[in-house]
Design a protein around this ligand. Structure first.
Ligand SMILES: C[S@@+](CC[C@H](N)C(=O)[O-])C[C@H]1O[C@@H](n2cnc3c(N)ncnc32)[C@H](O)[C@@H]1O
Length: 210
């Protein structure tokens, strides 16, 4: 437990430090992600949880009627998200929370969203399991992230990047969130992969009788 606390503290400090420059960095990366933010957010309905919401770059793309709750490990990121919500005139319930232990009861959200963060959460299996737990039966999980590429030469390059990126940034390039989504028993309804298979976005539904 002490080890997990130290890991959380380390990545909280990292993301707090990164928060001020995050939006500027993402202006470049968002071009690679194409229309993934609107693709994800347009499918959100009802009471929606965005896990690891960061600075709230998805906020402008949610339909007005969505009731949004956002969590993140980093108070620095959440502070910027709060300012963005105010500027957009959107009510958002923002909370500091670890994606691997969400502070919500079972089955309380209609939609759970997580974009470009499963690559950065230490135990992504636990995080997907928590997202599934808080989703109501019939609710939808919406994910977008960079994942292990479609061909071995791409994955070989990603493996080399991982050697540096995992210890320095906590960023993993060879993850496959689809496997966790399927292991949780969710039904994948839409899935798209592009940019050499590196970018994946999917919508998966929690079975009513799961
Ligand atoms: C690359 S940013 C993505 C932010 C945002 N989702 C987006 O699409 O721009 C990764 C985010 O994950 C958050 N994060 C990392 N580990 C986390 C954890 N264990 N629990 C909650 N948030 C975490 C970081 O604080 C950061 O805001």
């Amino acid at each position: 437990m002490a080890g997990k606390q130290q890991t959380d503290d380390r990545w909280r400090r990292y993301w707090n430090k990164t928060s001020a420059s995050y939006d500027k960095q993402m202006r470049f990366y968002d071009r690679l992600l194409a229309d993934s933010r609107p693709w994800v957010c347009a499918q959100a309905t009802g009471h929606t949880l965005e896990v690891a919401i960061g600075t709230g770059l998805n906020m402008p793309f949610y339909p007005a009627e969505v009731e949004l709750t956002g969590t993140d490990l980093s108070p620095g990121m959440l502070g910027i998200a709060q300012t963005r919500a105010r500027q957009l005139g959107r009510a958002v319930d923002l909370r500091e929370a670890d994606a691997q232990a969400l502070p919500f009861p079972d089955a309380c959200f209609d939609t759970v969203v997580c974009t470009f963060s499963l690559c950065a959460i230490p135990d992504e299996r636990r995080a997907v399991s928590e997202m599934t737990r808080v989703l109501r039966p019939g609710g939808v999980l919406l994910l977008a992230d960079h994942i292990a590429g479609a061909t071995w030469p791409v994955r070989a390059i990603q493996r080399m990047i991982d050697v540096v990126a995992v210890p320095l940034q906590g960023e993993h390039y060879l993850r496959r969130p689809l496997r966790q989504v399927q292991a949780e028993g969710l039904q994948v309804e839409r899935r798209e992969r592009f940019k050499l298979g590196i970018i994946e976005r999917l919508a998966a539904r929690k079975p009513i009788n799961g």
